[in-house]
Design a protein around this ligand. Structure first.
Ligand SMILES: *Cc1c(COP(=O)(O)O)cnc(C)c1O
Length: 475
């Protein structure tokens, strides 16, 4: 399988060439040159594979179609090592629970950090270690986080050979649980940096370091952000696993509602659907940061300024632009890289928006690609969390609540609607208490985490300071 850029660069690259990279050299995002097609017989075989051999083996089957530069036995071992009941809590890895009237919850948040990002990041940790050892190289991952991404990256990379993680976060802005999760890691290769500032200050520092090409090369700086193709690919697997649990035969269709921010999660659903998984609709659920809902309703994509980005009680969806969205637009516009480049490089940089409402492809969004959308507010989240607790005895987190609220509006008779559960309620306890008056349940391994010793340094929002820190730790 070759990978191409959404902005037109067609120079052939294989999976391991792009594994450790972020953007393509032309500024675009990588996508496979085509989507492998899954026929009825293969789908039936995979259904049996998932139910008998398990999630890791299903992951191997799917990943094999996109990866031709890792030996099959090695890839199979990497998948088996990643998706275990010890790491993800159950043998199903992503168990389905029925909520009501054809609405299901698919649990993606029983991994080490209790959010769905573990599903991909755990595999990425093993892939990075494998590929770096093969090349005899080292990598220093530099990132900025406001919560889930940073902890998922640290728990995936801790103790891995050849990798260090330098993770900046805005001092005092993450939930107490999220801070405790990250700062209690004692591994030698994990460095927590609490920055005096907001998330944007952290991100600006990371960008400034990455733009210093000499420093970047010398210290082998890399990232693990959500545009990484390997992360997206790993997420494709649970759309298949959800489908196999919700249906008995391949003639049945299902829909998914996906709590969305950077469009990484739902983009994996798009890939699954393009491969032939019988998905009726992909419903994008947003919070008050409704860039995506606005696009799917109006055809206008308008990125928000920092000042117009709301701080909400589903903070992992608080985005000003959706960094993976370009991948879908590439497919929507018939994979016309020049057109995508004109939209994302010229129009967006110049005016902060583009408008596809008059483009013939806009009608395809629903009809051909199955997309729909909805949004919710803080009041909606509180009501949904309370209602789900009172009527079903199930506690859901704030992001999942955004999904459930929209799923209830969009469910169609006869088509199971699977809501992706993207985090456990304990990560956002304050809002759960506000909604229900009760403290969410805490998995045993996190009891007392707030009082464990911490390993974190404080730093001003200063590019020189972080460069000096990285240089010192790499000596
Ligand atoms: C990251 C995250 C999201 C948003 O996912 P995208 O792939 O950015 O759309 C939703 N919910 C939770 C809990 C997350 O951590």
């Amino acid at each position: 399988m070759n990978y191409i850029s959404t902005r037109g660069d067609q120079s052939p690259k294989h999976f391991c060439d792009i594994l450790l990279e972020g953007l393509a050299p032309d500024g675009g995002l990588y996508l496979p040159a085509f989507y492998p097609q899954v026929d009825d017989a293969t789908l039936s075989r995979w259904r049996v594979v998932y139910h008998t051999l398990g999630y890791g083996e299903l992951a191997f089957e799917i990943l094999s179609l996109f990866i031709d530069d890792i030996a099959a036995a090695d890839l199979r071992a990497l998948c088996a090592k990643t998706y275990t009941a010890e790491v993800f809590g159950t043998g199903e890895i992503v168990p389905l629970r029925h909520l009501e009237n054809g609405i299901w919850l698919e649990a993606l948040s029983n991994g080490p950090t209790l959010a769905f990002k573990d599903m991909a990041m755990q595999l990425l940790g093993n892939l990075f270690e494998y590929e770096l050892a093969r090349r005899g190289e080292q990598l220093n991952i530099l990132g900025a986080t406001s919560g889930d991404t940073g902890s998922a990256a640290e728990y995936a990379m801790r103790g891995k050979q050849g990798v260090r993680v330098f993770m900046t976060s805005p001092q005092g802005r993450m939930s107490p649980f999220q801070q405790a999760q990250m700062f209690s890691l004692m591994d030698d290769n994990i460095f927590n940096i609490a920055v005096d500032g907001v998330f944007d200050d952290c991100q600006d520092m990371v960008k400034a370091v990455s733009n210093d090409l000499e420093f970047k090369r010398q210290y082998k700086i890399g990232t693990v952000n959500s545009i990484n193709w390997a992360r997206l690919l790993a997420q494709v697997v649970y759309y298949f696993a959800g489908y196999f649990q919700a249906t008995e035969a391949n003639a049945e269709k299902v829909s998914f509602t996906v709590p969305s921010g950077n469009f990484g999660n739902v983009c994996a659903g798009h890939v699954a659907r393009m491969m032939g998984l019988p998905i009726a609709r992909l419903v994008v659920a947003t919070n008050e940061n409704d860039v995506l809902d606005e696009f799917f309703k109006t055809g206008v994509y308008r990125v928000r300024a920092s000042a117009d980005t709301h701080e909400t009680s589903s903070p992992s969806m608080d985005i000003s632009k959706a960094s993976n969205f370009e991948r879908f637009v590439f497919d929507l516009l018939g994979r016309d890289g020049a057109r995508v480049k004109a939209l994302f490089e010229d129009a967006l940089t110049r005016t902060g928006r583009f408008d596809l409402s008059q483009h013939p492809a806009f009608n395809n969004i629903r009809l051909r690609y199955g997309f729909d959308s909805g949004k919710s507010s803080h009041a909606d989240r509180l009501a949904t969390i309370k209602d789900t607790w009172l009527r079903h005895g199930m506690m859901i987190d704030t992001h999942t609540a955004d999904g459930v609220k929209v799923a209830i509006e969009q469910v169609q008779a006869g088509v199971p609607m699977i809501v992706l559960e993207t985090a456990l309620p304990i990560k956002f306890a304050e809002t759960i208490v506000e909604a229900t008056g009760l403290e969410p349940e805490r998995p045993l391994k996190f009891v007392g985490i707030e009082s464990r010793p911490r390993r974190v340094i404080n730093m001003p929002a200063d590019v020189q300071a972080i460069k000096a820190y990285i240089a010192e730790k790499c000596r």
